[in-house]
Design a protein. Structure first.
Lengths: 117, 115
């Protein structure tokens, strides 16, 4: 597609349930990022994938959060045993590999708004 | 660690006027990038302008320009001839030139353009 897509657009779940959020990056972008945006706040980095390298998980807030990426395509962010403080918008972004011409500009998806009741 | 500070939670400007949004950052890196992103109510993050730290010349993109002061670690955004469509949250962001290349964001400035 032309841009980064994310699904679902909105997700309402009950406390304690697991959720999966999906991100489809721009074709050709080897770098993929997940961010969390709490209400009225800036974005917090969660995890970074670059090609087949081991992901940088340094931003994940707890072991309830995990993410996978298949090659250089789709990524899923999984939150287990959701808590009310997990309510936020989860944004995905992709970019060319760092070091290449044009690297640095991240293209964002529209986000998934997660509400944990 | 990198931190980005936006000290203006909210700003307003009359249509066609000029407004400046402030941003300061803290880093020990010498090479890095700075960005301004716009987030309208649709939630879509849109890149407004970027600046490479090694470039002394301030970046400009049509009505948007920056004042980059590397020594002062300041990176302000100037919007000229403000338009109603400029109403949005504006985020300043920092990215290292090495490693994970993730963005570090400020808390944002909500800009309202008044007709």
């Amino acid at each position: 597609g032309a841009g980064v897509s994310q699904s679902p657009s909105n997700k309402v779940t009950e406390k304690g349930k697991d959720v999966e959020l999906r991100c489809d990056p721009i074709s050709g972008h080897t770098a993929l990022y997940w961010y969390r945006q709490r209400l009225g706040q800036g974005l917090e980095f969660l995890i970074y994938f670059q090609g087949n390298s081991a992901p940088d998980k340094s931003g994940l807030p707890s072991d309830r959060f995990s993410a996978e990426r298949t090659g250089e395509s789709v990524s899923t962010l999984t939150i287990q045993r959701t808590q009310q403080e997990d309510s936020a918008v989860y944004l995905c972004a992709s970019s060319f590999a760092p070091g290449l011409v044009g690297a640095g500009e991240q293209f964002f998806g529209p986000g998934t708004r997660l509400t944990v009741l | 660690a990198q931190t980005v500070t936006q000290s203006q939670p909210e700003m307003s400007v009359q249509e066609a006027e000029t407004v400046t949004l402030s941003c300061t950052y803290d880093t020990s890196e010498n090479n890095y990038y700075l960005f301004w992103y716009k987030q309208p109510p649709s939630r879509q993050m849109i890149l407004v302008i970027r600046q490479e730290a090694y470039k002394q010349q301030n970046a400009t993109e049509n009505r948007f320009s920056v004042n980059f002061q590397k020594a002062a670690k300041s990176f302000s955004l100037k919007i000229s001839d403000s338009q109603l469509g400029d109403t949005a949250m504006y985020f300043c962001a920092f990215m290292k030139d090495s490693g994970a290349n993730n963005l570090f964001f400020g808390t944002g400035t909500r800009l309202t353009v008044i007709p």
